[in-house]
Ligand binder design. Structure first.
Ligand code: AMP
Ligand code: GLY
Length: 427
């Protein structure tokens, strides 16, 4: 039977999902922004808000969708998966209550504590901001201050890294959050593992390291992610295969405790001197990490979705043994003061051996221009990280003017600095 799949979302992550699914099914997509890359792969593309369940269900019914997949967390939080399931469309994505594992950080930490899931940092939740400030004063050590709700990764402040204790308290007093989590600052190297989950089964992808800081050398404000890399093995150069296995065990324990979860479960880990600890879980693919993972997935992603829907065992995942380097091109000034309106000169042909993924672009008569969000990403694949990095840079040389790009992502010196950092912590 041929499948008709509805994809919700219009960013780089969803372009990667579209590219993975399009050859095997009839694909339709909807998002609040028009993504020209997805539109070119899809049989239909409609402008619908990702947070409007009724409008999305109506579109799913009009195309006769047999499956749906949701990219962004905003749609999960808004109950799009619940509404699609209610309309009889199997959706590879959690219900809004299950997505709380991402959308409510206080719930996430309490869940880990309650189920004794390993890798949970010391934490407390506060509704009273003055009580939170007193906790900062009393706590012996540095804390990470996290609003409980969704902030696109930009609401977290880490004492001893980004802010002083005094600045953290001022931040809390000025921000008017109604609930915050204060947790032990974890020191180490971050990595992501994305797991495909359904019918009680877990299939994990190779680890990816995302670079969230805006500027080279991992400096500057946090962003949604400036670029990311993966290696030819399941683990990354600064970790061991045991570290990867330990993190997978944490994901498996979480899936067991969640009971009935389906969709992608994304674990964000800090590899500390004591092993992997959980920074957070997301209920969806990462952006950019989906662009590292899906292009090296040899197993048909559609087969995974169909097995999930049919209640079958999920296929074992095969990945090409290639390293990947993904780099985002964002408007100059991003994220604090982004300048929209730069012309994007690169297209899929000019990207050469790299894959080009569109994110937020403004389509005008004479071409594509930047908005104030991340514009597009290129992904190089190769026999090692250095080769993949060169391929991504070759594509970026055709980007055009007016972009900010972290050219250091995937370079030998940045990769080595992460290894050196881990060695320092372990000695
Ligand atoms: P989150 O929104 O939870 O992903 O947090 C955003 C970023 O804040 C993470 O990618 C980390 O760099 C940092 N962060 C979050 N929690 C901690 C923690 N407990 N210790 C150190 N850094 C953290
Ligand atoms: N790359 C981080 C995220 O998708 O949340």
């Amino acid at each position: 039977m041929s499948e008709t799949v509805l994809l919700v979302g219009g960013g780089g992550r969803e372009h990667a999902i579209a590219r993975a699914l399009a050859p095997d099914c009839t694909l339709f997509a909807c998002a609040s922004n028009r993504n020209p890359g997805i539109a070119a792969l899809a049989a239909g593309f409609e402008n619908r808000s990702e947070t409007d369940p009724d409008a999305i269900v109506e579109y799913a019914e009009s195309i006769g969708a047999t499956l749906a997949i949701i990219g962004p967390e905003s749609a999960l939080a808004a109950g799009v998966a619940d509404a699609l399931e209610e309309a009889g469309v199997y959706t590879f994505g959690p219900q809004s209550t299950e997505a709380q594992i991402e959308t409510d950080k206080a719930y996430q930490r309490s869940f880990m504590r309650e189920h004794a899931i390993p890798g949970c940092p010391d934490f407390e939740t506060f509704e009273d901001i003055e009580a939170a400030c007193a906790y900062i004063d009393e706590y012996d050590g540095d804390l990470a201050v996290k609003p409980a709700g969704l902030t696109g990764g930009k609401g977290v402040k880490v004492i001893g890294d980004q802010v002083t204790p005094e600045e953290a308290k001022t931040y809390l007093r000025e921000s008017e959050y109604d609930r915050v989590v204060l947790e032990e600052r974890l020191v180490g190297e971050e990595f992501t593992i994305q797991a495909f989950v359904a019918n009680g089964e877990v299939r994990t992808a190779p680890a990816v390291q995302d670079h969230k800081r805006a500027y080279e050398g991992d400096e500057g404000p946090n962003t949604g992610g400036m670029g990311s890399y993966s290696d030819t093995t399941t683990h990354l150069p600064f970790m061991t295969s045991e570290d990867y296995a330990d993190a997978v065990e944490i994901i498996e324990a979480t899936v067991d405790a969640l009971e009935g979860y389906k969709g992608v479960l994304y674990g964000q880990f800090m590899l500390t001197a004591e092993g992997p600890k959980v920074i957070e879980f997301n209920a969806r693919f990462g952006d950019p990490e989906a662009m590292n993972t899906l292009p090296v997935l040899e197993t048909s992603f559609l087969d995974v979705l169909v097995a999930a829907r049919e209640g079958d065992r999920l296929p074992e995942l095969l990945f090409t043994s290639q390293a990947t380097v993904c780099k985002y091109a964002v408007p100059e000034g991003y994220p604090t003061n982004p300048n929209a309106g730069a012309k994007i000169e690169v297209d899929e042909d000019a990207a050469g051996d790299a894959l080009l993924f569109y994110a937020s672009v403004d389509e005008r008569e004479d071409g594509l221009y930047t908005t104030t969000s991340r514009s597009f990403a290129v992904v190089g694949r190769g026999e090692d990280i250095a080769t993949a990095e060169t391929i991504s840079e070759d594509a970026l040389s055709a980007a055009g003017e007016g972009f900010h790009i972290r050219h250091d992502i995937g370079t030998a010196s940045l990769v080595q600095s992460r290894i050196d950092h881990m060695n320092e912590l372990q000695n």
